[in-house]
Design a protein around this ligand. Structure first.
Ligand SMILES: [Zn+2]
Length: 144
């Protein structure tokens, strides 16, 4: 698969490689407690299409809640994706791609849970806990 909107990434050790179609590669940051515990910071995903996504190598999945699973490299532990169980969607970690594929930050989830000192600059949209939950109740976690 090649083309202008194909992005290729890899984990820290290089054992896992990922490829996806990203016609609108925007970034979304999540400040929920689970994302912070898993990554030490925030989970920043990059919007890609689900169709045609290729993940190769020793990827491991951990079920982190009733509705979600989190993928990581079985060798180096790099965060790979946040997955939703109801539709099997995988939201890839932006950090796998060089310079986050040049994408810009569009949205923060659970902005009121962001620790002091973790704040992100910019005039992108920030959704607090209530607004974040409303978004996912309405769409069952579909792409925004
Ligand atoms: Zn690795």
């Amino acid at each position: 698969m090649t083309g202008p909107s194909i992005i290729n990434g890899r984990c820290l050790c290089g054992a896992v490689t990922v490829q996806a179609h990203a016609p609108k590669p925007i970034l979304r940051a999540c400040h929920c407690d689970m994302c912070r515990q898993h990554t030490s910071g925030m989970f920043i995903s990059i919007a890609t299409e689900q169709e045609g996504m290729v993940i190769d190598g020793p990827a491991v999945s951990f079920q982190s809640s009733e509705w979600a699973e989190r993928g990581f490299c079985g060798t180096c532990g790099s965060t790979l994706w946040y997955g939703t169980k109801h539709d099997g969607a995988r939201h890839l970690a932006a950090g796998l791609f060089e310079q986050a594929a040049g994408a810009r930050l569009k949205l923060e989830f659970f902005s009121d849970m962001c620790p002091q000192g973790y704040g992100l600059k910019g005039d992108h949209r920030r959704l607090n806990t209530r607004e974040t939950l409303e978004m996912f109740e309405g769409s069952e976690g579909d792409e925004t």
